[in-house]
Design a protein around this ligand. Sequence first.
Ligand SMILES: Nc1ncnc2c1ncn2[C@@H]1O[C@H](COP(=O)(O)OP(=O)(O)O)[C@@H](O)[C@H]1O
Ligand SMILES: [Mg+2]
Length: 208
Amino acid sequence: MTKGTILYQGAEAKICKSKYMNYDVVEKRRINKSYRINEIDNKLIFSRTKEEAKLISEARMCGVSVPTIYDVDIEKGIITMSYLNGKRIKDILNDLSEKERARICKKIGESIAKFHNNDIIHGDITTSNMILMDDKIHFIDFGLGEKNSEIEAKGVDLHVLMDAIESTHSKYANCFNYVLEGYKKELKGNPNLVISKIEDIVKRGRYR
Ligand SMILES: Nc1ncnc2c1ncn2[C@@H]1O[C@H](COP(=O)(O)OP(=O)(O)O)[C@@H](O)[C@H]1O
Ligand SMILES: [Mg+2]
């Protein structure tokens, strides 16, 4: 493994671009937070790394585009995965034509339904955590995710995206409706149960 260049430094993780065999990869390395007791911190890093790697693999088996995982080092808290040489949805969504934005948003909704059909909750569905490559929406960053079959959890998952779209793409906030269109098309069971949860969450927020 050659030492790579830092692509991103967040509060919880550092993303480095590197090479693994002959592949372009990123290493997502979780970092210690000094204000947490070290032992607790290490346990958290182990479990989040393991959980994230598991959810990425499971999402792939649901037909959702995700990075290919090459290696997981639980002890060090590193996931080595394919580098997605595409564009973050956050950076392109506002500049698309209305028609193209609608098409992309429907695809986003379809993908979310595919992992929700398998009780995978992403935990942080924002347009920073989606990369468009080869005309496919790739989902990254399952670090806050979990397995959960409850309607409530699915509603919360979608509500995070609704909020993200309203704040980051406020001019085009209507595009969340396209997300829901795609979601309805693909979800097994009754999507309106999830959608009415989103409405409940919005109402709760308003009267807080
Ligand atoms: N597999 C990948 N390919 C390309 N870029 C990536 C990949 N994984 C992460 N990134 C980049 O690094 C950023 C942070 O990664 P992410 O997993 O979302 O970490 P965090 O949990 O800190 O948000 C992403 O927004 C994206 O720009
Ligand atoms: Mg992220």
